[in-house]
Write a protein that binds this ligand. Structure first.
Ligand SMILES: NC(=O)c1ccc[n+]([C@@H]2O[C@H](COP(=O)([O-])OP(=O)(O)OC[C@H]3O[C@@H](n4cnc5c(N)ncnc54)[C@H](O)[C@@H]3O)[C@@H](O)[C@H]2O)c1
Length: 261
């Protein structure tokens, strides 16, 4: 009990003893999701391609969180990482496919082929590879939940981000398709669609320096008048992963201050 109080964990947290893998958790939204899951009692694997960042986040959030280094676009790397998590924490109950990347905001014809392929590799192929590695483990365990981080970009696309927008449209749609197909296995699949957020990707999305004047132009397009933050996405993910959401599957949940209205 003492330890619980010191670390900030809530006794009987909503995710008590659940094993969760959060990809891209070395910073940004993923870090927020991993921290909030750990505070609610989950055993969290902080997966990222940046080893130092993953280690730092795992150490900071505590509660037995571990760091795992993997490239979510590489099959061998994903398979090894999932096997490592299963050996150290157990088979996953919760998988959050959060790792993502964008080309800089610019005219669609200026994006080269290599950049296009990188966007789809990190944003879309990653979900295929993570599903291949984790769904059989969830089925064997009797169920689980998958949360994909899509985007409002796949619902109400902004110009200059065409190829990224398309990749997030794919994430949104495949989340719904996975939900239907995996429902008989008691695996729920939902998708969070954040609005522009205060993370490392912000300047790439804006295509200009993050100055108060440039930010103001984007804020006028968000009715609630602010950008999203890691906690906003973390609490939405907590709800979708929790037992309270046991009848929710195939949901595209905009966390967007009204941007998609
Ligand atoms: N920030 C926004 O405005 C915004 C809006 C909507 C959706 N999203 C989505 O949210 C998710 C998280 O993005 P963020 O804004 O927190 O960005 P971020 O750059 O702060 O964090 C992304 C993390 O993913 C990791 N990563 C990148 N490539 C990887 C790979 N191949 N394998 C493993 N890890 C990898 C990075 O190291 C980083 O820690 C992404 O899917 C992004 O598309 C972001």
């Amino acid at each position: 009990m003492q330890d619980t109080l010191e670390t900030g964990a809530r006794a009987g947290g909503k995710l008590k003893d659940k094993v969760a893998i959060v990809t891209g958790a070395g910073g940004g939204f993923g870090e927020g999701i991993a921290r909030i899951f750990a505070e609610e009692g989950a055993k969290v694997a902080v997966l990222d391609i940046r080893a130092e960042a993953a280690e730092k986040v795992a150490a900071a959030i505590g509660h037995g969180a571990i760091s795992v280094v993997a490239d979510v676009g590489d099959k061998a790397s994903v398979d090894a990482a999932v096997a490592d998590v299963a050996a150290r924490l157990g088979a996953p109950d919760i998988v959050v496919n959060n790792a993502g990347w964008t080309h800089r905001n610019q005219p669609m014809l200026e994006i080269d082929e290599e950049t296009f392929e990188r966007v789809y590799r990190i944003n879309v192929k990653s979900i295929y590879l993570m599903a291949m590695a984790t769904v059989p483990l969830m089925k064997a365990k009797g169920g689980g939940t998958i949360i994909n981080i899509g985007s409002v970009a796949g619902i109400r696309p902004r110009p200059g981000l065409t190829w990224y927008n398309g990749s997030k449209g794919a994430v949104n749609t495949l989340s719904q398709s996975m939900a239907v197909e995996l429902a008989p296995d008691r695996i729920r699949v939902n998708c969070i669609c954040p609005v522009l957020g205060e993370t490392g990707l912000l300047e790439s999305f804006m295509g200009q320096p993050d100055t108060p004047e440039n930010r103001a132009r984007f804020l006028t397009t968000i009715p609630l008048g602010r950008l999203s933050r890691p906690d906003d996405i973390g609490y939405a993910a907590l709800y979708l992963a929790s037992p309270e959401a046991s009848l929710l599957t195939g949901v595209l949940l905009p966390v967007d201050g009204g941007r998609t209205i």
